[in-house]
Design a protein around this ligand. Structure first.
Ligand code: HOZ
Length: 437
């Protein structure tokens, strides 16, 4: 690995710069997912060569504390030996068969046991595929067309869910994507997160044609925003009243806020659930599942078509199962809470000491430090945040060897690979950066 050429860790080194130049010639924007380009924070991306526990090392040989964790999957840190062994063992039998395997059965059984609302499960390869399939199923099951999503909610890049989307669309200020036909967006109704009155109004007007309400139970793509007390219960009651399905997109929260996901944490049972990220153990796997009577409408039992060549891929199933085995150990989520609370308190104290307007939203080991006065309970609130300040914070932290999400509208994550001393290092860096302005 090349040696660092300077101490300025905020700027990509020569190898990352050269790779970015090559990438831009053959990959749109030089990246395979837009937020990675770091445009909203005004720097160029680092190209990563290696991950190890809580650290990543870039192609120039510089090491950073990783607060992104591959956008959520790496809850046990990078290159965990148990996961690597599980993948290697699965690989020794072959990489894909396009035919059922025992690993898929164990994967589905494990998900159903962890999230009892999932009576049946189907594996797919990405969170986008999971939400897209769950919506088609909800429409096929109910015979209705319309769906409700939340302003700033992000559920992957399916056409009808790119309306008022969070994550990269929020980061880049793209309110609705070009290329989405009017017809695909027409049946998407948008209401603010944490606003039951707005949903009541939509249901009053469209309840008879409403197939589903899809929500991240803890919003994670407008920055992190927790549900207010009674909100998820209200969604459950209102959807039940109008005969729409409630879909929890737990791609981020599943196995992150607790082994039973946000639905276990808050005690609200959806009809369908989408999981991803953590369940793939760092490989591309996701799943959707829920009520058996709904899931049994899927082909080959029912008329709703859904398929995938690499769905249930044995390497991803093995990695996911190994990951869930680790997370099931007693004390896992208490430990994540201790680390998350320490980081949240430390960042809050750092912002207070610097006199910077801030709100720290946190659920367990996931959090966002918003640079605005509080509270932040919706995307409209999140948009009040000072994104220029966030860009300075991002650059300052990267210069001090801390790799944050390159957007105000994403969550940062602590993994089990952290310890108190490492959390304190992140906090010390934040104190310096925020004090500098
Ligand atoms: N949509 C992801 C963040 N919420 C970003 C995925 C990526 O760039 O890898």
């Amino acid at each position: 690995m090349a040696a660092p050429d300077s101490d300025d860790l905020a700027q990509p080194g020569p190898v990352s710069r050269a790779l970015f130049a090559r990438a831009q010639r053959v990959i749109p924007g030089g990246v395979n997912s837009p937020v990675r380009a770091c445009r909203s924070v005004g720097v160029d991306p680092l190209f990563i060569a290696q991950g190890d526990g809580p650290y990543i090392t870039d192609a120039d040989g510089r090491r950073y504390i990783d607060m992104i964790g591959s956008w959520g999957p790496l809850i046990v840190g990078h290159s965990h030996p148990v996961l690597l062994d599980a993948i290697a063992e699965a690989m020794s039998y072959g990489t894909t068969f396009g035919a059922p395997t025992e690993l898929e059965v164990r994967f589905a059984e494990t998900l159903c046991e962890a999230l009892p609302s999932m009576q049946k499960v189907r594996a797919v390869s990405s969170g986008t595929e999971a939400t897209m399939s769950a919506l088609r199923l909800a429409r096929g099951f109910t015979g209705r067309a319309k769906i409700v999503k939340m302003d700033g909610g992000y559920h992957g890049h399916t056409d009808c869910l790119l309306v008022a989307a969070g994550s990269g669309a929020a980061t880049l200020g793209i309110p609705g994507s070009a290329g989405v036909p009017e017809g695909a967006a027409r049946d998407t109704l948008v209401v603010p997160y944490n606003d039951l009155d707005a949903l009541r109004a939509v249901i009053a007007a469209h309840g008879d044609d409403l197939a589903a309400v899809i929500v991240e139970p803890v919003a994670g793509n407008m920055g992190l925003v927790a549900p207010e007390p009674g909100y998820l219960e209200g969604l459950r009651a209102l959807t039940q009243q109008c005969g729409a399905l409630l879909i929890f997109d737990e791609v981020i929260t599943g196995f992150r806020v607790g082994y039973g996901g946000a639905q276990g944490h808050y005690g609200v049972t959806p009809d369908l659930t989408c999981v991803g990220k953590i369940v793939g153990g760092g490989l591309p796997a996701a799943a959707f599942g829920g009520r058996a009577d709904v899931m049994d409408r899927l082909a080959p039992l029912g008329p709703v078509y859904q398929a995938g060549t690499l769905s249930g891929n044995p390497l991803a199933m093995a990695a996911g199962l190994a990951m869930l085995d680790i997370l099931r150990r007693p004390g896992t989520y208490d430990r994540l809470e201790v680390l998350g609370a320490r980081l949240g308190a430390g960042l809050t104290a750092a912002a207070q000491a610097a006199g910077v307007p801030h709100v720290l939203n946190r659920v367990g080991s996931a959090m966002t430090l918003f640079f605005c006065d509080g509270p932040v309970r919706s995307y409209a609130d999140a948009r009040r945040a000072d994104t220029a300040r966030y860009a300075r914070f991002f650059a300052g932290m990267r210069a001090r060897g801390v790799f944050l999400p390159p957007s105000q509208f994403e969550a940062m994550f602590v993994s089990l690979a952290f310890d108190e001393a490492l959390v304190d290092e992140v906090v010390a860096a934040a104190r310096d950066v925020l004090a500098a302005g």
